[in-house]
Write a new protein. Structure first.
Length: 698
């Protein structure tokens, strides 16, 4: 049998392929560009393009595309074939350095939030050599950034790369202060754990809500849900196992390090986690993973649901963003070290994260805000909309000792002075697993758990990298000018703990009492919905930080605010319209026909035996008909709420109206329709039920 190592990465123009295909000087020059961001000159670009094309054509590719991530949150591609006419009437396969480096998709239909007037619609794509090109189907895909002609980022990759650069700049200053002169660059790494649902395709196709919106908008609770906890880590069903096997193979061919898979809490919910890698590559890989998950599902007669909340009453799907900072020499800066200096350095980076998360809690919340994720955050199954950090008892006690200049352990006589005393050994494998914290330290990395399953991980990492870069900048400014480095370091760490300890919370994040404590006593932000948080992206402190770190321009931030709210409005409006359609064309006729059938049964029975009361049947008819009246009225009301959105003066007002009027109208309609489902005969119900959807894959 073919072994994984034989085909792993076979569809990727990775380092092995580059080495094999490129002349040595070209390879070295390209490597310099990848590792150090050096400029690539035209002759090298031509040589790389030719080698890439030959490699791809040998593997069956006929086309190439600049693969990018516009602000829709998914990926985009426009395919061009390699063919070029030859003088003899035939064709040759051709691909130039120019075509590799830069593309000009007609991009007028991508959202730009006013960044790009349609008359200057053409944006351009620029090759990101730090993420390897790969073959998908018959197309060579070249990872690219997408910008407008004026240089504004129209995608998620550009600000992500800028945020990595910002963090690199500031972290290098700190490392230098600690005497690390061998380090050439600092990068963040991410391992995203991806949750998803698998349901039978034939059932999916009967549900307009799933087709149009990715989630169910109606559906009564089935007799069994997730209450037995019998699915989590349970035995994987053969059909799902076959899917996972096929999926792994596809991912491995693309060099994606798919590693762990298991069943999740809800019935038919699963998770896939890759081995972590550099953040921009991890982001590209996660986008690809989501795409391939859906494609492979179709081959197995299944549909992979990536929506954050496909079903009411059972857990939704999230994505855990495991994040760390490391040097090119392989040192994880969030891992406690062996020597006093290493430990002091670790504590400084730890404090930089604590300060960043406290100062920019709102940006982290904003980074995960979508209509879909609003159903999860704070619904007692996912971390709340309030951001806090879990550090574990050990580390909290250490910080406490530093803050109060007290001994860390009663047994120790000296208090800790950073850089002088050997800090107590930290438990490297933090086994204390708090699952309810939005932002948890897990030994040598932080796990940000608020992301929704369909979110691009770019947004969260942009904000995280930028905010940490800002903390590091403030630290470096101070330390570079300090008369006594060690005292300054100690004081700064102590001050960070004093100023930012309110963000640290080791208890149960799902507890209502915590939200009260967090908002009332600690003054932490609580933005339950997307319209609540998004406008804060333009708060002065956020604009100042993000522009001074050169991650976004002010115009780009305005466009992001606009686009995110616009997406929210569109997503919910589509849901509302789908509900109206399903209620009128499917639910009302179904309940109505069932009522009519019961009513005619009453008539038939009474004609045969006039003394019968038919109390059950008559009662049912009355109840059904009261429900149809209500469903009809709530449907009209929902339609009305949507109509009233027209003419909103801004997208902010529109999103607030959606939150305050459309969503409640949807909830009212759903409640009565779901109740009707519980009393309508099965054969009359017009689409598959929750029971069938959730337990349909065997
Ligand atoms: P879990 O959170 O389910 O217990 P793990 O902690 O083993 O699982 O890992 C979850 C994810 O974290 C994986 O994708 C793994 O590759 C990633 N990960 C592990 N170490 C790091 C690190 N230093 N930086 C970033 N991600 C990491
Ligand atoms: Mg995890």
């Amino acid at each position: 049998m073919e072994s994984v190592s034989d085909y792993f990465g076979c569809m990727v123009f990775d380092d092995r392929a580059m080495k094999a295909q490129l002349p040595a000087p070209v390879y070295q020059s390209l490597r310099k560009t990848i590792d150090e961001g050096a400029r690539l000159d035209a002759s090298v670009a031509n040589a790389v393009a030719a080698a890439m094309k030959d490699w791809a054509v040998a593997r069956g590719a006929t086309h190439y595309t600049h693969w990018f991530q516009p602000l829709t949150g998914i990926t985009a591609e426009k395919h061009d074939s390699f063919i070029s006419p030859a003088p003899d009437g035939g064709v040759i396969m051709d691909f130039s350095g120019k075509e590799l480096i830069r593309g000009e998709p007609d991009a007028s239909s991508f959202p730009s939030g006013g960044l790009r007037a349609t008359f200057e619609a053409r944006g351009y794509t620029a090759w990101d050599p730090t993420s390897y090109a790969f073959i998908k189907g018959k197309t060579l895909c070249i990872p690219t950034a997408f910008c407008s002609y004026s240089g504004d980022a129209l995608d998620k990759k550009t600000p992500l790369l800028r945020s990595m650069e910002a963090l690199n700049r500031q972290a290098m200053r700190i490392l230098k202060l600690f005497g690390n002169t061998d380090v050439k660059c600092v990068r963040t790494s991410v391992g995203p754990e991806q949750e998803y649902f698998l349901i039978p395709q034939e059932l999916y196709e009967k549900r307009k809500d799933l087709i149009y919106t990715g989630r169910t908008l109606f559906g009564a609770k089935p007799p069994k849900g997730q209450e037995l906890d019998d699915h989590y880590f349970g035995v994987i069903k053969p059909r799902v196992a076959a899917y996972m096997e096929d999926l792994n193979r596809e991912l491995w061919k693309l060099g994606i390090l798919a590693k762990t898979e298991h069943n999740e809490v809800a019935p038919s919910q699963h998770e896939l986690a890759p081995i972590y890698t550099t953040t921009n590559v991890a982001t590209d890989h996660n986008q690809l993973t989501m795409e391939i998950m859906q494609k492979v599902a179709a081959r197995h007669g299944l549909v992979c649901l990536l929506h954050e909340k496909p079903f009411a009453g059972v857990n939704g799907s999230g994505k855990h963003n495991n994040w760390s900072i490391s040097t090119d020499t392989g040192v994880n800066l969030l891992s406690p070290g062996e020597t006093p200096y290493e430990n002091a350095q670790f504590l400084l980076f730890l404090c930089a994260v604590i300060k960043a998360v406290d100062d920019y809690q709102d940006l982290l919340r904003i980074a995960v805000a979508t209509a879909g994720n609003d159903h999860r955050l704070g619904a007692n199954e996912a971390p709340p909309a309030v951001v806090s950090i879990f550090l574990g008892d050990e580390l909290t006690a250490i910080l406490d000792a530093i803050e109060h200049d007290t001994p860390y352990l009663a047994a120790e006589k000296t208090t800790m002075k950073l850089g002088v005393n050997v800090l107590p050994r930290f438990p490297r494998d933090n086994t204390d697993r708090n699952r309810t914290s939005p932002f948890a330290f897990t030994g040598n990395k932080f796990e940000f758990r608020m992301l929704g399953s369909s979110n691009s991980i770019a947004c969260a990492n942009i904000m995280l990298n930028a905010a940490v870069a800002e903390s590091l900048k403030i630290y470096a400014d101070r330390l570079e000018n300090a008369a006594d480095f060690e005292t300054a370091l100690h004081d700064m760490i102590k001050k960070t703990i004093q100023d930012h300890k309110r963000i640290i919370f080791n208890g149960n994040g799902y507890d209502g009492a915590w939200i009260k404590e967090a908002t009332e006593n600690r003054g932490l932000c609580n933005y339950p919905t997307t319209p609540d948080c998004i406008p804060h992206i333009l708060d002065e402190k956020n604009v100042t930080m993000l522009t001074s770190q050169k991650v976004f321009t002010q115009t780009e931030l305005k466009s992001r605010c606009e686009i995110t709210l616009d997406n929210y409005c569109k997503a919910v409006t589509i849901e509302a319209n789908t509900m109206v359609d399903m209620a009128r064309k499917q639910i009302l006729p179904a309940v109505e026909s069932y009522a009519a059938e019961v009513a005619s049964a009453v008539a038939v029975k009474k004609a045969a035996a006039p003394q019968l009361t038919c109390a059950y049947e008559s009662g049912l008819v009355t109840r059904l008909s009261a429900m149809t009246d209500q469903i009809a009225a709530y449907t009209d009301a929902l339609e009305d709420a949507v109509l009233k959105l027209k003419g909103a003066e801004s997208v902010i007002t529109e999103s607030q109206r959606i939150r305050d009027t459309v969503l409640p109208a949807m909830a009212r309609l759903r409640a009565v329709a779901d109740e009707a489902e519980t009393v309508t005969a099965e054969e009359f119900w017009p689409f598959p039920t929750y029971g069938e959807l959730l337990f349909g894959v065997r």
